[in-house]
Each structure stands twice: as structure tokens, then as C-alpha cells.
Design a protein around this ligand. Structure first.
Ligand SMILES: [Zn+2]
Length: 250
């Protein structure tokens, strides 16, 4: 394999490792994913319960205020009874009193039901918080372990970045720019291995691009091995390379 291609292969490997390390640093590690999921779910349950308790409490206060309001009105209407001068006014006032009494009873009912809901939610909340404590402690322990691993990953990231800079400086500018352009277009990797195609009955070896399966001419394979410049796939334009030990034909 030519020297530049070897450097490009190393560059791609380092870039892939850098991405993996950055991913590791910014996301929940595999070994605590399950616990993290459980923690998030239980925490959400508690938050929802707390929101329900607060909503019930607010509803109770609103209903109690409405009941008080209606009671004030009722008092006022009852004082007016002595001052009515005719049957029509009397009838109208009785109607108002009736309405306001219904309002009182409705609001008091609402306040009572909201109070019950609030109490139930608080009781559930206490139980859930109790049983959450153990999980939360375990979670905090694992979080601390994860935090403890981060400096090592950060160090790997710094090393990889330095290595990437060195490898880039070892390549001609033009080849770096070709590489970057292809990587831009194919974020999963700018390189594709050349793979032999298994065709029973054929004596001559045939080759294909490992990324897009487009045929690679035998002459191109020779070029990749010997030429001093990068060779791209005719179809997907990825930089072609030969894997260290291609499988022998059966
Ligand atoms: Zn291709």
C-alpha cells in the first residue's frame, strides 16, 4: 500500500475513534443505561404526582373561595328579605337564594373532592419517594463512577486530536482536501475497502467497492497497491484501500 494511503487510513481510523470517544463523553454509558432509564421513569412519575397534588390543592382553594363568595351573597340576600315590598320582588329574591345555595353546595363538593385527591396524591408521593430513595442512591453512585471515568476519555480525545493533526500535516494539502470533501459527503467514513467478489466458476479474480459494491477494475487494484496517489471509487468516490489480508478465493 502506498504511503499516503496508509496515512489516510490511519487518519480515518483516528477520526472514527475520536467520534466514538466524544460520543462516550456526552452520552450515558452502556453499563448504566438501564439504571438511567429506570431513574428517569421513576423521577417522571414522582414529578407527575407532585404536579397532580399541586393542581388538586389549587383547585381546592379556588372552590373554597367560590363557596365563601356564594355564602356572602346568601347573607346579603337573606338581609334583603325583610326589605322587599311586593310579591314579585320576593319571588325573584327567593330564586336568587336558591341559585346561590346550589352554588355553595357545588363548590363545597368540589373543594371536598379536590381535598381527597390532594391527600391521596400526597400519600402516593410519600410512598414513591420512599422507594425511590434506594434507586436514587444507587444512581448517584453510578453517576459518580461515570464522572470518574470522564477524565480518561477526555485524555483519549486530546490524544486523538493531536494524532489527527499530525497525520494531516504528513499528507499533501491536496490529498487532505480530497479526504475532507469525501468525508463531508460520507460522514460514516471517507474510505472504502476493495473486496473480492465470490463468483463460482470464474478463474479470474474480480473486485468491488466495499461501500457501494461498484466494480473495481483489476488495474485499479494494482494502482491502489503501487501508485503514489489516492484512488477513488468510480461510483461513490470514496477513497479505496486494500484490507491487510484479503480473503483468498475458494
Ligand atoms: Zn464505491
Amino acid at each position: 500500500m502506498n504511503l499516503h494511503l496508509e496515512t489516510v487510513v490511519e487518519l480515518q481510523t483516528a477520526i472514527t475513534q475520536l467520534r466514538e470517544a466524544e460520543q462516550r463523553l456526552s452520552s450515558v454509558p452502556d453499563w448504566m443505561r438501564e439504571l438511567h432509564g429506570e431513574h428517569v421513569a421513576r423521577k417522571a412519575e414522582i414529578d407527575a404526582l407532585q404536579a397532580a397534588a399541586e393542581a388538586a390543592s389549587k383547585e381546592r382553594r379556588t372552590a373554597e373561595a367560590a363557596a365563601l363568595d356564594a355564602q356572602e351573597k346568601l347573607k346579603k340576600y337573606q338581609q334583603q328579605i325583610n326589605r322587599v315590598t311586593n310579591q314579585r320582588e320576593y319571588g325573584a329574591l327567593l330564586q336568587e337564594i336558591d341559585t346561590v345555595k346550589t352554588q355553595i353546595s357545588t363548590s363545597e363538593g368540589q373543594a371536598l373532592s379536590a381535598l381527597e385527591r390532594h391527600e391521596n396524591a400526597e400519600k402516593d408521593l410519600t410512598e414513591k419517594r420512599e422507594s425511590f430513595r434506594e434507586l436514587d442512591e444507587r444512581y448517584s453512585g453510578e453517576l459518580a463512577r461515570w464522572e470518574g471515568e470522564k477524565p480518561e476519555v477526555a485524555r483519549q480525545i486530546a490524544d486523538l486530536k493531536a494524532r489527527i493533526a499530525t497525520l494531516r500535516s504528513q499528507l499533501p494539502r491536496q490529498e487532505v482536501s480530497i479526504f475532507d470533501r469525501i468525508l463531508d459527503r460520507n460522514p460514516s467514513g471517507a474510505l472504502a475497502p476493495v473486496r473480492p467478489i465470490e463468483r463460482p466458476g470464474r478463474t479470474q479474480r474480480e473486485w468491488a467497492c466495499g461501500a457501494c459494491n461498484y466494480r473495481v477494475r483489476p488495474q485499479t487494484v494494482v494502482e491502489i497497491r503501487n501508485a503514489g496517489q489516492l484512488v477513488q471509487c468510480d461510483s461513490c468516490k470514496r477513497i479505496l484501500y486494500l484490507e491487510p489480508e484479503p480473503q483468498a478465493e475458494a
